[in-house]
Design a protein around this ligand. Structure first.
Ligand SMILES: [Zn+2]
Length: 442
C-alpha cells in the first residue's frame, strides 16, 4: 500500500471521537417503558452501517418495535478456538437537560471531554470497539479467534428486550462463545502520578428487585383507625432502609482489598474491611457495597385521595445480593418486614463471580501494561448488574473490561447515571489502543 493510501486511512484513535460523538447524539433513552423509550433502533442502524462500510455484515434483531440489537462476527485465524463475545449496550438512562451544563444529547467536545448521556455508560466502549474493528478491516488484521460483537438494547431496564432476548431467542449466535468482555471494568484508579490500578470486573452482585405489599382496612381519614396499610408499609420500609446487612468478604473482594491496601499502604484488618474501604475516596461507595447485601427503598405508592385511608400500599426495594446469597437475603428481608407484608420479586438475576486468572486475564493485563507502564490490574466486584448476567447463563465466562484511563481527580463512579456525564478524550483514545492490543492477543 502506498503511503498516500496509508495516510488517508483514519486513525482509530481519531475516529473513536467521531464515532462516540455520533452515538451520543442519538438519544437512546430507556425509560423502562416501550412506549416512551426511543432511539435504540437508530443507534443499532448506525452501528450496522459503520460495520457495513468496512465490509462487516451484521444482523439486526428487533425484540419489539424500536428495540433493536445488532450482532456481527469477525472471523479469527483459528476457528477451532471458542469465540470471544464483546458486548455493549446502546441504551442510556434518562437525562434532564435542565440539570446539565451542556445538552445531554449534544455530544459536545469541551475541556478535553466528550459530554453526553452515555459517555461512560457505555457509548464510549461501543465506539472503541467500532473504531478497532473498522481499523482492522481497513488494514487486514484478523483476530486470533472469532470475535462476536453484540450491541444491545434495554440494559438499563433489566435487558428483557436486549441481552436476555438474544440469549432466549438467538442463543445459536453465541454457541461457541467461551468468554466475554463488556462494561464496567478496565478503568483506572490513580494511586500516584506513576501508578494506577485498573479495576477488572470479575464479579457482580445479583439483582433482587422486589415489591412490598401491605394490606389494611380502608376507611375515612378523620376517624380512629388501627389497621392502616400506609403505616404498616412505612414501618417495613424504614426497617429495611436503616438495616445494615452483615459483612461477608468474597474471594474477589478479598483479592481486591489485599492488592489495594498493599499499593496504598493501608492496613487491612480482615475483620473490619470498612475502615480500609473508607480510604478509597471516589470508589468507596462501589466497593463498600460489595462486602454485604444491600437494600435501598426506591418507590412508594399508596392512596388516591387526601382523606381516604387506602386498603393497600406498595413499595419498591432495590436489593443487591452477594454471590450465592440471594436466598439468604430473601430470608433476611422476610424477617425484617414481618409476616403481614407480602414480598413479590419483580426482577431476580443471579450474582456472578469468576477467578482472576488464565490467558484472557493475562492478555488484558499485558495490554494495559504495554500502554501504561504504571498499570496494576486488579480484580473487583461490581455492585450493580450488567448484560453479563444474561450472557453468563450460556456458560460464558464474563469480565468487565472496557479500558479507560481517567484523570486522578475525576469522580468516575458519580458520572454513572449522573449529571454532566462525560468521558476524557485522551482516556477514550487510550482505551482504543489497549483494546486493539488486547483483541489481537485474545
Ligand atoms: Zn451500562
Amino acid at each position: 500500500m502506498t503511503s498516500d493510501a496509508a495516510s488517508a486511512r483514519p486513525d482509530p484513535t481519531a475516529e473513536v471521537v467521531d464515532l462516540c460523538r455520533d452515538l451520543l447524539r442519538i438519544d437512546t433513552t430507556n425509560t423502562g417503558d416501550n412506549d416512551t423509550s426511543v432511539g435504540e433502533r437508530r443507534a443499532a442502524e448506525y452501528v450496522a452501517e459503520k460495520l457495513a462500510e468496512v465490509g462487516v455484515e451484521s444482523v439486526l434483531h428487533e425484540s419489539a418495535p424500536g428495540r433493536a440489537n445488532v450482532v456481527a462476527r469477525i472471523p479469527g485465524t483459528d476457528p477451532s478456538r471458542g469465540a470471544l463475545l464483546v458486548h455493549g449496550h446502546l441504551d442510556v438512562v434518562p437525562a434532564d437537560a435542565d440539570e446539565w451544563s451542556v445538552h445531554p444529547f449534544s455530544g459536545e467536545l469541551r475541556d478535553g471531554y466528550l459530554w453526553g448521556r452515555g459517555a461512560i455508560d457505555m457509548k464510549d466502549f461501543d465506539a472503541m470497539v467500532l473504531a478497532v474493528v473498522r481499523h482492522w478491516q481497513r488494514t487486514g488484521v484478523r483476530p486470533p479467534r472469532d470475535i462476536v460483537l453484540a450491541y444491545t438494547a434495554d440494559e438499563e431496564a433489566g435487558s428483557d428486550y436486549g441481552a436476555r432476548f438474544l440469549v432466549e431467542h438467538h442463543r445459536d449466535l453465541f454457541d461457541d462463545c467461551t468468554e466475554a468482555i463488556g462494561e464496567v471494568g478496565g478503568f483506572s484508579y490513580s494511586v500516584s502520578d506513576s501508578q494506577r490500578l485498573y479495576l477488572i470486573e470479575t464479579a457482580e452482585k445479583g439483582i433482587d428487585w422486589l415489591r412490598l405489599h401491605a394490606k389494611g382496612r380502608p376507611g375515612h381519614g378523620s376517624m380512629m383507625h388501627d389497621d392502616n396499610a400506609v403505616t404498616a408499609l412505612a414501618e417495613a420500609v424504614a426497617r429495611i432502609g436503616r438495616h445494615r446487612f452483615p459483612v461477608v468478604v468474597t474471594d474477589t473482594v478479598r483479592a481486591f482489598l489485599t492488592e489495594v491496601s498493599d499499593v496504598l499502604g493501608i492496613e487491612l484488618d480482615p475483620d473490619d474491611p470498612e475502615t480500609a474501604i473508607a480510604k478509597l475516596g471516589p470508589i468507596a461507595n462501589i466497593i463498600g457495597a460489595t462486602i454485604r447485601n444491600t437494600a435501598n427503598p426506591t418507590r412508594l405508592d399508596a392512596g388516591y385521595k387526601d382523606n381516604v385511608i387506602p386498603g393497600r400500599a406498595t413499595a419498591t426495594i432495590d436489593c443487591r445480593s452477594l454471590p450465592g446469597q440471594s436466598e439468604l437475603l430473601e430470608r433476611q428481608l422476610r424477617e425484617l418486614v414481618g409476616p403481614d407484608i407480602a414480598i413479590e420479586y419483580v426482577q431476580r438475576q443471579p450474582a456472578l463471580e469468576t477467578t482472576f486468572d488464565g490467558d484472557l486475564v493475562e492478555a488484558m493485563s499485558a495490554a494495559l501494561r504495554a500502554e501504561d507502564p504504571g498499570a496494576r490490574p486488579v480484580p473487583y466486584m461490581l455492585s450493580g448488574g450488567t448484560d453479563a448476567k444474561a450472557f453468563s447463563q450460556l456458560g460464558i465466562r464474563c469480565f468487565g473490561f472496557a479500558p479507560l484511563q481517567l484523570p486522578a481527580d475525576l469522580n468516575f463512579s458519580a458520572l454513572f447515571h449522573g449529571i454532566d456525564e462525560r468521558v476524557p478524550v485522551d482516556g477514550l483514545q487510550f482505551g482504543v489502543r489497549v483494546l486493539d492490543r488486547f483483541l489481537r492477543t485474545c
